[in-house]
Each structure stands twice: as structure tokens, then as C-alpha cells.
Design a protein around this ligand. Structure first.
Ligand SMILES: [Zn+2]
Length: 420
């Protein structure tokens, strides 16, 4: 018999239950909270959700009772945009930027993404898995149970495969659930700078077929930006990825209005990510094509910019917005969705409820996982978090601290040193 758990004494059971599709417009403000709610879990999935009395009636002799201690219980965060597997870090460059150097100056002298590419190429598969395991623990501690993870620091066939294999191992070996994305078109590597066409051929004709054949990725992403991959180059790479059966995501309009949002709409991509410079026409195009925007305020903050994406306009336009960390060693070194919730509420004027829906249920739909995770409903996977809070609004309100009291994946508690 699979183990049975009953979770009782929740100040708020934040279920996010609702229609079987992403939340739009005013729906983003509804969290379907059960005050003093309770939940029954059998094996790896949720059996029943209801008020305390109803769930207590279902408790049998072999059922383990978990007392949430009057805390908030909600689904695990779903981080739909990360670059979570890389070697080394760029704390030295962070110090240089604090001293006034710009991202562009640092890149021009061989730093920036090139420095992470060099270190990641030099690392073995085992070393990458070890580095990734540390970050998986960070994500889990802050209440995140599923992440999308991109390649993109290898930029050779073997090194891109190595990163995707590391993601596969981490998915198997840690409690964290990974959704892998191939991002061979993250940048043109140094050795191809004078012959970029040859690199695009490599991505389309060698990398993509191998990634698809070995089933190492579910999505393909491209960094679409004037000086990185043009609209036309991005279109060619993403069209080839679609032919290989991959879903599409795009780094769009981050540094300039390069047309990435419109391209995402034209290709019916699952998501268009960043969108700091997207205009009203881009927002309308995303709406018409039902593309989900993935907003990444952590990178705006860490780059000392003040140009946050226009979340309110996107919500008013009826877009199913998603919030994510963009965890990476350069522009957004945070694994904390709670920090992102804080930025969404203070800098983008989203309400706490909108931010919670955007970082859980809408994120799950953007990864094709909306029927498995993202809400506490019978039949879904038992990925849930007991937060050290009695009201969900405390999550964006108290910032810069860890609050996950206990984290469960597949109905089992995650083992790590609990701070609270
Ligand atoms: Zn990114």
C-alpha cells in the first residue's frame, strides 16, 4: 500500500484550483484559498483537498498526520526560466560592476558569458552535476520544486550535450524536477565570431538533430537580440527546432525592441521571455497568438536597470503572465522566487496574489505541466510547501530570507537542513 499523509492545521491552504488553463486578467487575483484547509496525499499524488473536518474523516490507522502548525501550505513554486547548470561563477565581475564597469566593457575583455562558457567547457559531466546539485538544494530550500533549465554555456556539440546530460542526471538524482531546454543559440562563441553563419549551421544541422534524437530537451530557446541572433537567424533556428518536435521559447526584447515578441507570436512559441522593451503592438501580438510572457525582474534588478517589463499592461491585455528567476551567473544570480515576488510587487505593481499565480500555476502551464503540477487538487502530483508564514502575503512582504519550513516532492519530504 502506498503511504498516506494527511496535512492538517494549515492557516491557509492556497490551492490555486480553477479552470484547466492558465489564469488571465482578474483571475490572477483568485488563489482559491481554504482557511483551515487540509489535504490527503496517497503515494506521490493528492487524493483529496477540503476543509479540516472532511479530511479528518478520511484518516485511517496507517496514515501519517503532518501538523502544519498554523502555517501557509501551497504548491511548490515552478521556475519557468533558469540557466541552472554552469561551472564557476562571476563574483569577480560583480565587484567590477559595483566599481562602475559596464557589462559591455567586461564582455569586451573576455568576461561575461564567455568566461562561463570557458569554465563550463573545462568542467567534466560529474563536476557540472555537482555544481548543479548545490543549486538544486538552494531552489528547494526556497520552496521551488520544478525548474526549467537551459543549456547554452557549452556552444559546441559535445559541451551542449554535456550540459543537457547533467540536467538529466540532476532530474534523476535530486528531488528537484527539471524541464530541459536546448539553448545552443545563447551566443555566437568566440571561435565563430567571424563566421557566424557556420555556427548557425552547426546549431541547426548537428546540435538540434542530436538533442532531439537523444530526447535531451523538450524546448528550444534562442537569444533574439540585435547583436546576438537576428530575427531572421532566430526564425531559422526555431523553425528547425519545431521540425525536430521541440516546443519554443524566446529571449525577446530584453535589451532593445528587437521584434522578439512578434517573432514569438508568429511562431506560436510557448513563451516570450524578458520583454523589458516590448511595446503595445508586441503585447497585442502575444495576446492574439496566446503566447505566455515570462517576466524576469531579477535580471533587471541585478543589472542595476530600472526598466521593468510592463506587467500591468500585459495583465490588462489578458496575457497569462509568468514570473521566473532567470537564475544564471551573470545577470540574475538568484534562485529565489520569493525575491522575484518581492520585485514583482514593489517594482511592477503586481498584487501578491497575481505574483503567486504567475510563479506557480501559470508557470506550470508554460512548461506543458499544467495538468500535473501547479495547484493542490485531487489527481495532481503532491509537490507542496509548508511556508513559515501564516498569510501568503508575507511571502513577498518579508524579503531576503528563506521561509520554506518543509518541502515535499512526490509526496515525500525533501531532506535538507531546515533553518526555521
Ligand atoms: Zn535567460
Amino acid at each position: 500500500m502506498p503511504e498516506t499523509l494527511a496535512v492538517l492545521n494549515c492557516s491557509q491552504l492556497v490551492t490555486l484550483a480553477g479552470a484547466k488553463r492558465p489564469r488571465l486578467g482578474a483571475e490572477l487575483r483568485d488563489l482559491s484559498i481554504l482557511e483551515d484547509g487540509a489535504m490527503l496525499v496517497r503515494g506521490d499524488s493528492i487524493k483529496a483537498v477540503g476543509n479540516r473536518r472532511d479530511i479528518e474523516l478520511l484518516i485511517t490507522g496507517d496514515c501519517e498526520v503532518i501538523d502544519a502548525g498554523g502555517r501557509v501550505v501551497m504548491p511548490g513554486f515552478v521556475d519557468a526560466h533558469t540557466h541552472a547548470v554552469f561551472a564557476g561563477n562571476r563574483a569577480g565581475e560583480f565587484e567590477e560592476r559595483a566599481g562602475g564597469a559596464t557589462y559591455q566593457e567586461i564582455a569586451a575583455r573576455g568576461g561575461g558569458i564567455n568566461s562561463t562558457v570557458r569554465q563550463t567547457r573545462a568542467a567534466t559531466l560529474d563536476e557540472l552535476v555537482e555544481a548543479g546539485r548545490r543549486y538544486a538544494n538552494w531552489f528547494l530550500r526556497s520552496g521551488t520544486t520544478t525548474i526549467e533549465a537551459k543549456s547554452g554555456y557549452g556552444l559546441t556539440l559535445e559541451d551542449e550535450l554535456k550540459i543537457l546530460r547533467a540536467i538529466k542526471r540532476l532530474n534523476e538524482d535530486t528531488p528537484m524536477q527539471y524541464v530541459p531546454t536546448f539553448l545552443g543559440a545563447h551566443d555566437v562563441p568566440e571561435e565563430y565570431k567571424s563566421r557566424r553563419e557556420a555556427y548557425i549551421d552547426l546549431v541547426i544541422n548537428e546540435m538540434l538533430p542530436r538533442v532531439a534524437e537523444e530526447k535531451l530537451a523538450e524546448y528550444c530557446d534562442v537569444f533574439c537580440e540585435a547583436n546576438i541572433f537576428s530575427l531572421d537567424e532566430s526564425w531559422r533556428i526555431l523553425s528547425a527546432a519545431r521540425c525536430q518536435g521541440l516546443g519554443l521559447r524566446i529571449h525577446a526584447d530584453q535589451l532593445s525592441l528587437s521584434g522578439g515578441a512578434k517573432l514569438a507570436a508568429e511562431l506560436s512559441a510557448a513563451t516570450a521571455d524578458h520583454l523589458e522593451h516590448t511595446d503595445a503592438a508586441g503585447i497585442a501580438a502575444l495576446k492574439a497568438a496566446s503566447v505566455q510572457p515570462v517576466l524576469l525582474p531579477g535580471s533587471v534588478y541585478a543589472l542595476s536597470s530600472n526598466r521593468y517589463p510592463a506587467a500591468r499592461e500585459m495583465i490588462d491585455a489578458g496575457l497569462a503572465i509568468v514570473l521566473a528567476t532567470d537564475f544564471n551567473p551573470g545577470s540574475s544570480p538568484t534562485p529565489s522566487i520569493r525575491m522575484i515576488l518581492s520585485l514583482a510587487c514593489t517594482q511592477m505593481k503586481m498584487t501578491p496574489a497575481e505574483a503567486v499565480n504567475a510563479s506557480i500555476i501559470n508557470a506550470a502551464y508554460s512548461l506543458g505541466r499544467g495538468n500535473e503540477i501547479g495547484s493542490l487538487e485531487a489527481g495532481k502530483r503532491a509537490d507542496f510547501v509548508i511556508h513559515d508564514a501564516s498569510d501568503y502575503r508575507e511571502l513577498p512582504y518579508f524579503f531576503g530570507i528563506e521561509q520554506a519550513h518543509r518541502v515535499y516532492v512526490n509526496g515525500r519530504p525533501v531532506e535538507f537542513e531546515v533553518v526555521s
